[in-house]
Design a protein around this ligand. Structure first.
Ligand SMILES: NC(=O)c1ccc[n+]([C@@H]2O[C@H](COP(=O)([O-])OP(=O)(O)OC[C@H]3O[C@@H](n4cnc5c(N)ncnc54)[C@H](O)[C@@H]3O)[C@@H](O)[C@H]2O)c1
Length: 278
């Protein structure tokens, strides 16, 4: 395995996108408790300010889909805490529904936030990290980047893209001291997945993902599934003959993400609609 120059988190700048709530918030807390100086960027600036006030760190207005907004976020983070030693590309959205039922705008937003949000962050932070010969980027993808789910086709596509983007860039830059890890959560108990019954896929807590992100600074592992065994199941599913897989999936009733009709899903979609009209 490639050895990367170690990173001392004490006093180090860690920039986290989508850090106002959910997994990003838990991750910000975990890094802050380890002595890092945390810059929380989020589209919801008011909530980011509340989170930063509670956890420590600074709050920044950020739209990851806009490279100029991302540039300003990283410049503010560097001015407040020094050049980022770690960037956690966490911001993401997950509108669900049938492939033909999601509109063009929603599909584009998903690619802009989930994929280009990561691309912009990496392109902005990598030159400095490469010049310093050290740094770590964590891309929070999803097991949905490995395992197709009816009702999440565009989300699957966006996360699959992040998985390969991370794997290819990791190989490109490993010899220059900069690591790129991909964290692959199963379902996590946050607003993003509220109202979606994905059983028997286990629902873990944001703190479990935060632990994996923090742990990647030491392990620098390429891919970290949470929980780990679900990563193994996704790999097994990929080599299972389709008739057998279909039978198992029918038993699991794997079509539940096709129905965007629970009150929680409506609440999540309204939150995204508010973001789109800002
Ligand atoms: N919750 C799950 O079940 C789950 C599972 C696998 C992967 N993930 C991934 O984990 C990441 C975090 O998800 P979460 O569950 O914490 O979601 P969440 O909705 O709880 O939090 C996401 C945060 O990102 C912010 N955000 C959204 N669009 C943004 C943008 N354009 N620019 C900046 N900030 C933006 C939101 O305001 C919000 O604060 C996402 O990438 C998601 O795809 C989540």
């Amino acid at each position: 395995m490639t050895r990367f120059p170690p990173l001392d988190l004490t006093g180090a700048c860690v920039a986290i996108t989508g850090g106002a709530q959910g997994i990003g918030r838990a991750t910000a807390g975990a890094f802050a408790r380890r002595g890092a100086r945390v810059a929380i960027g989020d589209l919801d600036f008011d909530l980011a300010k509340e989170t930063a006030a509670e956890l420590g760190g600074t709050a920044h207005r950020l739209d990851v889909g806009d490279p100029e907004s991302f540039r300003v976020f990283l410049a503010e983070a560097a001015a407040a805490h020094g050049e980022p030693a770690v960037l956690v590309n966490n911001a993401g959205i997950m509108p669900n529904g049938g492939f033909l039922d999601l509109d063009e705008r929603t599909n584009r937003l998903m690619i802009e936030v989930n994929l280009f949000g990561v691309v912009h962050g990496m392109r902005l932070v990598l030159p400095g990290m490469l010049a310093r010969g050290r740094g770590h980027i964590v891309n929070v993808a999803s097991l949905a980047g490995k395992f197709p789910v009816p009702g999440l086709a565009m989300y699957n596509a966006s996360k699959f893209a992040v998985v390969l983007l991370s794997a290819a860039t990791r190989r490109e830059y490993a010899a220059r001291g900069v690591s790129i890890s991909t964290v692959l959560p199963s379902a996590v108990d946050t607003g993003l997945s509220a109202g979606l019954d994905m059983k028997p896929i286990p629902k873990v807590q944001p703190a479990d993902i935060a632990r994996a992100v923090l742990g990647s600074v030491r392990s620098r592992r390429a891919e970290i599934a949470v929980p780990g065994y679900v990563g193994g199941l996704a790999a097994l599913a990929a080599i299972t003959p389709e008739p057998l897989l279909n039978a198992v999936r029918r038993l699991m009733r794997d079509d539940r993400a096709l129905r965007p009709d629970s009150p929680e899903r409506h609440a999540y979609r309204s939150r995204l609609d508010d973001q789109e009209t800002r």
